[in-house]
Design a binder for this molecule. Sequence first.
Ligand SMILES: N[C@@H](CCC(=O)N[C@@H](CS)C(=O)NCC(=O)O)C(=O)O
Length: 313
Amino acid sequence: MGRLVEGIWRDEWYDTDSNDGAFVREDAGFREWVEPNGRFAPESGRYHLYVSLACPWAHRTLIMRKLKGLDEHIAVSVVHPHMLDQGWEYDQPEPLYGFTRHYQLYVKAKPDYTGRVTVPVLWDKQDATIVNNESADILRIFNSAFNELTGNTDDYYPSDFREDIDRINARVYDEVNNGVYKSGFATSQKAYEKACSTLFAALDWLEELLGERRYLAGKRITEADWRLFTTLVRFDPVYHGHFKCNIRRIEDYPNLAGYTRELFQWPGVADTVDFHHIKQHYYYSHDMINPPRIVPLGEGMDLQRPHGRDKLR
Ligand SMILES: N[C@@H](CCC(=O)N[C@@H](CS)C(=O)NCC(=O)O)C(=O)O
């Protein structure tokens, strides 16, 4: 694990000391957009998506790529699940430049880049650069930018739901998606307890909401659901133990558990979930949390069971 400083790789762990033991996530460095008549036009085969199957942020983009029928237009490369002293690496050299380390892409895009080297990355083959490395943006790009090419106009950020979606996303991002990391990467008891209690208060809120609504924003599935799902599906097998988010399991929340199963069973989605990568990545890579690197056997809840969410229709 490390970061680039002016284009040079440095092996270092997150700095929590300057924040009283709390983990603070760095903002993504590339935030361009794919749009008709823009620098990055929506074209088939022009973009490449680099992901980790373990990473919840990258996972969202894989789901949206699937839901929006982009498989044949945007190819994908997957990093090895273990993120060690060279950061993310490729088992086989990646297809565009033969790189074996993910940071090489960042240096190619910006030779003096300073910052973390993360997945997902949406890469433009034409200009040989990173278009965007923020999953929340990539979701929205996939949601609408390629509609003319695919003919798929399914909308996961519909205008009349946006206010609700944005409000829900804001809390889910800070307290749940990032909340599990704040709990797991905390290096002081106080920072851990704060993150973990905030996380479970948010899960309690979601449990109640999902008792009234089939999906987070109402009757219709939206990006807010897919953003939450990738954290929920990792929760029982990884975050509950490895990140010490152990006040309850998702399985102990009837509505959240049924909802997680429904989203898992959504056409195409189960294929994007890889528990081997998920468990190997977290338990093996974070040796400061798990020094012997033992990967536990359990895989969490049975996601194939009927979800029973139809009753909320
Ligand atoms: N804001 C980014 C965060 C992405 C992110 O942090 N990805 C993790 C993997 S789950 C990563 O690549 N971490 C490497 C690092 O922080 O050095 C997004 O949502 O796309």
